[in-house]
Design a protein around this ligand. Structure first.
Ligand SMILES: Cc1cc2nc3c(=O)[nH]c(=O)nc-3n(C[C@H](O)[C@H](O)[C@H](O)COP(=O)(O)OP(=O)(O)OC[C@H]3O[C@@H](n4cnc5c(N)ncnc54)[C@H](O)[C@@H]3O)c2cc1C
Length: 381
């Protein structure tokens, strides 16, 4: 006899931001979910994220591409989150502090002006600062920074706080989360039922979703190459200024479009108790959590670039996490094993926080059969 409590509409393997967001959206649509996490929620890439939430696209995003649609959908979902959480009587984890994108010279200022034309068409608010004296709160920034653009509706989430709040919401809505429990194997019982064997349970579910970040747990099955996820380690540091509290995220306004080609520039992001997140380095192919001096050095360079000097900062700690990068560099959403009910969702690389709620909405729309268009576009990519 199967214990009734072990039957779910959806079992989700992986309690990172992607798995938890999917459980949140599905639970809101009255599907009963179980999330199986082998460690604690958010222990993977999620805990390391700067958590920058911005709808702005990078050069590789084509208008109307599935990626752009996912990004816009996700941003829309973040703006709705406050109302949704108010209804659930849970504090909203999205900090809409705004983001200031810097310009060091005329060229970067021009780039930002062009960007503001595009973003205003999308309804994204922005304020161009051509002379930093216009905005007194920018006094803490390096004197090399000429101006920039402030995006008031953007902000950040702290990875662990975000999944923690989503967990409270999921449990309030009647779904379950099993931490310290590992996925071991599964069997397709029939068209509508899958058996999922974990280190502690034997679950049965109509739908099974793998959201396991960079861990490649499906390698032992016969899966295609495009589902192999590459690890990209990232390091960040936490510091505290003795002189100011960071009011909002500071990021690069050139979107990495330099004369030498795309170059990633790093961020400063506010954290609780006056802490500042500075990061994050990129180490391709590295799958360990060793803190290396090279990574710390990258973070110090980011700090110097935006703040000018790193005097008067207290060093608090250094951390790392593994970003899940797909072969194409964009998120992978695919049906598996010739089944309409077994899905693979990973490869969010540098943007898993930003794309989490949009990804979850796409999966929810597919599983509830309310809109399959965007899901199918990703599935066929
Ligand atoms: C340094 C750094 C900075 C970042 N900054 C940003 C940012 O500013 N904005 C942004 O949008 N994104 C950012 N990201 C990217 C973002 O963090 C990731 O894209 C996102 O966290 C990926 O989420 P995930 O759920 O796919 O993976 P993970 O968070 O890694 O979750 C996968 C989970 O699966 C679990 N798991 C694996 N195997 C099993 C098993 N057999 N059984 C059960 N559970 C299992 C793991 O324990 C893990 O918890 C950053 C990432 C890093 C590392």
């Amino acid at each position: 006899m199967v214990d009734k409590s072990e039957i779910y509409d959806v079992v989700i393997i992986g309690g990172g931001v992607i798995g938890i967001s999917i459980a949140y959206k599905l639970s809101k649509s009255n599907l009963r979910c179980a999330v199986v996490e082998k460690n604690y929620l958010g222990n993977g890439a999620t805990q390391a994220a700067a958590g920058v939430i911005s709808p702005l696209f990078y050069g590789d995003d084509q208008i109307n591409s599935p990626m752009r649609q996912m990004r816009e959908l996700s941003y829309e979902m973040f703006l709705k989150l406050e109302d949704e959480f108010e209804e659930l009587e849970i504090e909203c984890p999205f900090n809409k502090t705004g983001i200031f994108r810097t310009a060091f010279d005329d060229k970067e200022l021009e780039l930002l002006k062009k960007l503001s034309d595009i973003t205003s068409k999308l309804g994204v608010k922005s304020e161009l600062v051509t002379d930093r004296k216009q905005k007194n709160e920018l006094n803490f920034l390096s004197e090399e920074i000429r101006g920039g653009m402030f995006f008031p509706d953007e902000g950040y989430v702290d990875g662990l706080n975000f999944v923690g709040k989503l967990k409270s919401a999921i449990m309030k809505m009647g779904s379950d989360i099993f931490e310290n429990e590992e996925f071991l194997d599964f069997k397709i019982v029939n068209d509508n039922t899958n058996q999922i064997i974990t280190s502690k349970h034997n679950f049965f579910a109509n739908n099974l979703v793998f959201a396991t970040g960079s861990t490649n747990i499906l390698e032992k099955y016969d899966i295609s190459e495009e589902l192999i996820i590459n690890p990209v380690k990232g390091q960040y540091i936490l510091v505290r200024s003795k002189e100011f509290e960071l009011p909002y995220t500071i990021g690069d306004g050139s979107y990495g479009q330099t004369d030498e080609g795309p170059q990633y520039q790093g961020y400063l992001v506010p954290r609780d108790s006056g802490l500042i997140y500075i990061g994050a380095s990129k180490h391709y192919g590295l799958n360990d959590n060793i803190i290396e001096l090279e990574g710390i050095n990258f973070c110090l360079e980011v700090a110097k670039k935006y703040l000018g000097s790193i005097e008067n900062f207290e060093f608090i700690s250094a951390h790392s996490g593994i970003r899940p990068q797909s072969k194409k560099g964009t998120p992978v959403i695919k049906k598996l094993f010739n089944s309409d009910n077994i899905l693979f969702v990973s490869g969010h690389y540098t943007q898993g926080m930003m794309l989490s709620l949009g990804t979850a909405e796409i999966i929810k729309n597919y599983l509830t059969k309310s809109d399959e268009i965007l899901f199918n576009l990703f599935n066929e990519m």
